[in-house]
Design a protein around this ligand. Structure first.
Ligand SMILES: Cc1ncc(COP(=O)(O)O)c(C=O)c1O
Length: 414
């Protein structure tokens, strides 16, 4: 098998040529083929004979008929992500692209058969909207939703044996404190209990960890973030093998949260540089975290590369890098308004962009309490350590010195 970097560049592309089909669809000027998969802006796909349409619609022959069921550009992106997540292993794992990370998570949870009742055990560190999706959508439909500190393996073990959850949901690296899940250990616990382990790998990406190879059952990404990497689209993707792939295929067709071909094309283009971007972003995060930790106007700094981080050792064992995000608390006086200090700091940034996303080539900074964790109650935020003076930074691919200079000038002026 080729290396990760090579697959990132080539996987999914030039399918028609590989399949021995006419590379340009039999049109004028045979004998050439597009190196980059074109954007197939077509709602329907016709065949020479209606019998073939019948076979394609009946699933007896691979092919395309109607865009909600499949589109060649979307397939190219899906094949590329599947090749990066598992390189074809475990046997039969497929990727399914969706219109957003949330649509992908909804499909993953539904594929785990949560819809028919049962219990789900979720990491209390989950992205706020995923927690809300579980409670408001699945909870209302009769699913019992329980939360646990996913970094406390004894607590997970205890809860799993107590409630026998149908699914356990965790994130590779959590937001905004960058806690690292011990996916191999969690997979052992869920396998023993017969539960489905769903890993949201948005922060980790397959460059740092491939959860399916570590025993997880379903991997979910907001491809809006690192996979596409340029902050110019919204997309999600689920990767899973049997017994979940059939359900995911049906869910996408029936619920219809399909990714559009243009977004798929942009995402596929972005994916080619994932290894290069991640390498620089992780390096930048480590460098900036170290320099912020020494700054007098900064309190605690969270990044798994720091020895003081609670998951420093776990990260070294289960990830092949420390991730491109960090968070830190501004040093505030007793009684000082942390939110006001955070807003002053963010308003003073000149290079770093204040925008509620992550994984872009640009360095982005946010105030988690009023963005990613806005939907949670103040007491829940406090319990999770999402303080009012907490800032999250998603490192881009700029020079680390320029990012540090901007953060330092904002700390001076805030
Ligand atoms: C970890 C994580 N999962 C899922 C999502 C949802 O993704 P999207 O915004 O693409 O729907 C996000 C969004 O920030 C996220 O951070």
């Amino acid at each position: 098998m080729t290396r990760f970097e090579t697959r990132a560049v080539h996987a999914g592309e030039r399918r028609a040529r590989k399949n021995g089909e006419s590379p340009n669809g039999g049109g004028p000027g045979k004998g050439f083929y597009p190196v980059s998969t074109p954007v197939y802006l077509s709602t329907t796909f016709s065949h020479e004979e209606i019998e073939q349409t019948d076979r394609v619609l009946g699933g007896e022959e691979p092919g395309y008929s109607y865009a909600r069921y499949g589109n060649p550009t979307v397939t190219a992106f899906e094949d590329a992500v599947a090749a990066l997540e598992c390189g074809g292993e475990p046997e039969g794992a497929r990727a399914f692209a969706f219109a957003s990370g949330m649509a992908a998570m909804h499909a993953a949870l539904s594929a785990a058969e949560l819809g028919s009742g049962g219990t789900v055990l979720a990491a209390e560190q989950l992205y706020g909207s995923t927690a809300t999706l579980l409670v408001q959508v699945f909870g209302t439909a009769g699913v019992e939703v329980r939360f646990v500190d996913a970094c406390d393996l004894d607590a997970v073990r205890k809860k799993v044996s107590e409630i026998s959850p149908r699914a356990v949901v965790v994130e590779t690296i959590s937001n905004p404190l960058l806690r690292v899940a011990d996916v191999p250990a969690l997979a052992e616990i869920t396998k023993e209990a017969g539960s489905t382990l769903i890993v949201d790998a948005t922060f980790g990406t397959p460059y740092l960890q491939r959860p399916l190879e570590l025993g997880a059952d379903i991997v979910v990404h907001s491809a809006t973030k690192y996979l596409s990497g340029h902050g110019d689209l919204t997309a999600g993707i689920v990767v899973a093998g049997a017994p979940y792939d059939g359900a995911l295929d049906s869910l996408r067709k029936l619920v219809g949260g399909t990714l559009g071909p243009f977004e798929a094309w942009l995402a596929l283009r972005g994916l080619k540089t994932l290894p290069l971007r991640m390498e620089r972003q992780c390096e930048n995060a480590g460098e900036v975290a170290g320099r912020l930790a020494a700054h007098p106007r900064v309190g605690s700094v969270n990044h798994p590369s720091l020895k003081a981080h609670p998951d420093h050792e776990v990260a070294r064992r289960v990830l092949s890098g420390s991730g491109g995000l960090l968070s830190f608390e501004l040093a505030v006086e007793d009684g000082e308004d942390g939110r006001a200090a955070a807003f002053r700091f963010l308003n003073a940034l000149e290079l770093c962009v204040t925008a509620p996303s992550l994984g872009d080539i640009y360095t982005l900074a946010i105030h988690p309490a009023t963005s990613s964790h806005r939907e949670l109650s103040p007491s829940r935020r406090k319990r999770l350590g999402v303080e009012e003076n907490l800032i999250r930074v998603s490192l881009g691919i700029e020079h680390a010195d320029d990012v540090v200079a901007d953060l330092e000038q904002a700390l001076e002026r805030m």
